[in-house]
Design a protein around this ligand. Structure first.
Ligand SMILES: Cc1cc2nc3c(=O)[nH]c(=O)nc-3n(C[C@H](O)[C@H](O)[C@H](O)COP(=O)(O)O)c2cc1C
Length: 364
C-alpha cells in the first residue's frame, strides 16, 4: 500500500513535506495553521539570543518574469510567473522566552507533526558555545523533536554567524559538540550553498554527529536596479546589501548541491530545500537523495493562505501520492537516490569520437 509516511533522522513524518525556517513558521498562529493544512513538519523561524533589528523597509520581495518582456522584476505586470524571492530578513525577533510556551503548545496540539527548532548563535568563544547549549536545551525541554542549526543565514554582519562561518569544518565540529553534549534529539545542520567546500563541510557535520544536512539556504545575491529610476528594487535610503535569493530560480543550483553531498555521503540523510513549488521539483530532490523536503517561497507566495501554503501542501501530498500509486511505489524510498549513479564526470559522457581524454592528451 502506498504511504507518504517517512522515517527521517529517526523521526516519523506523516508526509515528507516540511515548511522551512522563514516567515511561514515565524509564529504559533502560522505554525498551527500549517499543521491544520497538513504539513508533515515545520522548522521554526531561526531563534537566537543576540539583538535583532530588521531594515526600515520591505524585508522580502517577489520577483516575476513574463513571456512578453521577460525581464525579472517585482513590478506588477500582466501574465507573469514567479521567478524568485529576494530577502534580507534577519532571524526571528521574538525572544526565546516567548517562543518556549508557544513551542510547547504547538507540540501538545499536534503531537504527530514534527516540530524542529531552528537555532543560531555565534562561534566566537565559549560564551557563544554556551548560547548554543542554552538554545538547544530550552527548545528540547519544551518538546521540540529535533533542532536545525542555522549555519547559513546569508545576511549577518557578525563574522562568527550564519553564512559568514563559511562552512568552516572546525567551527561546525565545535558547535555540534556543544549541542550534542546537552541534548539527545536529531540535529540537522543547515549549510550555506555559497562555498566550494560544502561537501567537506557536510562530511564534518555528519562525523560530528549531525543526523542530517539541510540545504540550500538562500543564495547570496543583490536585487536589480531599475535603469530609469536608478533605484534598486528594494533599498532603504538608496542603499542595499547582499541578501538571499530563493524560489524557482535556485532550483537547479540547489539540486546540484544536494547531488554532490548525496553522492559523497550516500548513506547520510539530506533535507532538500530550494525552489520546490510542486511535485516535480520535490521529485527531483528525492531522486538525488533527499529524504525530506522543505518549502519556503512557494508557501509565502500562495495567495489567501496566510503565507503557509494551504493549497500547496494539499497538492504536494496528492500529486506525490498519485505518482506513487501510478508507478507502484509503496514509499519514497523506492525511488530515492535513483539519479545518483547517472551523475558522472564530464569525460564519462559519450563523445562522437573515442579520442577524448577529458582535456588531456590521449597519451597521458
Ligand atoms: C523571507 C525569508 C526569511 C528566511 N529566514 C530564514 C531563517 O530565519 N532561517 C533559515 O534557516 N532560513 C531562512 N530562510 C531560508 C529558507 O528557509 C529557505 O532555505 C530558502 O528560502 C530556500 O527555499 P525556497 O526556494 O523554497 O524559498 C528565509 C527565506 C526567506 C525568503
Amino acid at each position: 500500500m502506498t504511504t507518504l509516511a517517512t522515517t527521517f533522522t529517526g523521526l516519523e513524518f506523516v508526509n515528507p513535506f516540511v515548511l522551512a525556517s522563514a516567515p511561514p513558521t515565524e509564529s504559533k498562529r502560522k505554525i498551527l495553521k500549517a499543521f491544520e493544512a497538513g504539513w508533515g513538519g515545520v522548522v521554526t523561524k531561526t531563534i537566537g539570543l543576540h539583538p535583532v533589528e530588521n531594515v526600515a523597509g520591505p524585508k522580502t520581495i517577489y520577483q516575476r518574469v513574463s513571456e512578453e518582456k521577460p525581464y525579472v522584476s517585482r513590478m506588477k505586470r500582466p501574465d507573469t510567473a514567479s521567478h524568485s524571492s529576494w530577502n534580507w530578513e534577519l532571524i526571528s525577533d521574538q525572544p526565546l522566552e516567548q517562543w518556549l510556551p508557544d513551542l510547547r503548545e504547538i507540540k501538545a496540539t499536534y503531537p504527530d507533526r514534527m516540530l524542529i527548532a531552528s537555532i543560531m548563535a555565534g562561534a566566537d568563544g565559549e560564551d557563544e558555545m554556551n548560547n548554543w547549549r542554552k538554545l538547544a536545551t530550552a527548545c528540547v525541554d519544551v518538546g521540540c523533536d529535533a533542532l536545525e542549526l542555522n549555519l547559513s543565514c546569508p545576511h549577518m554582519d557578525r563574522k562568527d554567524m550564519g553564512a559568514n562561518i563559511a562552512n568552516d569544518e572546525d567551527v561546525i565540529r565545535s558547535i555540534l559538540k556543544a549541542v550534542t553534549s546537552v541534548v539527545d534529539v536529531p540535529i540537522w545542520v543547515k549549510l550555506t550553498p555559497a562555498t566550494s567546500t560544502m561537501v567537506e563541510a557536510a562530511g564534518a557535520a555528519y562525523d560530528a554527529g549531525a543526523a542530517c544536512v539541510s540545504l540550500c539556504n538562500t543564495f547570496p545575491s543583490l536585487p536589480l536596479m531599475d535603469p530609469e529610476t536608478l533605484k534598486f528594487e528594494v533599498e532603504v535610503d538608496g542603499l542595499v546589501t547582499s541578501g538571499g535569493l530563493g524560489g524557482l530560480a535556485i532550483l537547479h543550483q540547489s539540486l546540484q548541491r544536494v547531488s554532490d553531498i548525496s553522492r559523497a555521503h550516500p548513506d547520510q540523510a539530506i533535507s532538500g530545500i530550494g525552489g520546490i513549488k510542486g511535485f516535480r521539483e520535490a521529485f527531483n530532490f528525492i531522486v538525488h537523495g533527499a529524504g525530506n523536503l522543505q518549502v519556503c517561497t512557494a508557501a509565502m507566495e500562495e495567495k489567501g493562505s496566510g503565507g503557509v501554503g494551504v493549497k500547496l501542501i494539499q497538492e504536494l501530498t496528492q500529486d506525490l501520492s498519485d505518482y506513487m500509486e501510478r508507478k507502484g511505489h509503496t514509499s519514497i524510498e523506492d525511488f530515492r537516490g535513483i539519479a545518483r549513479s547517472r551523475i558522472v564526470e564530464h569525460a564519462q559522457v559519450r563523445r562522437k569520437s573515442d579520442d577524448y581524454n577529458g582535456g588531456y592528451d590521449m597519451a597521458s
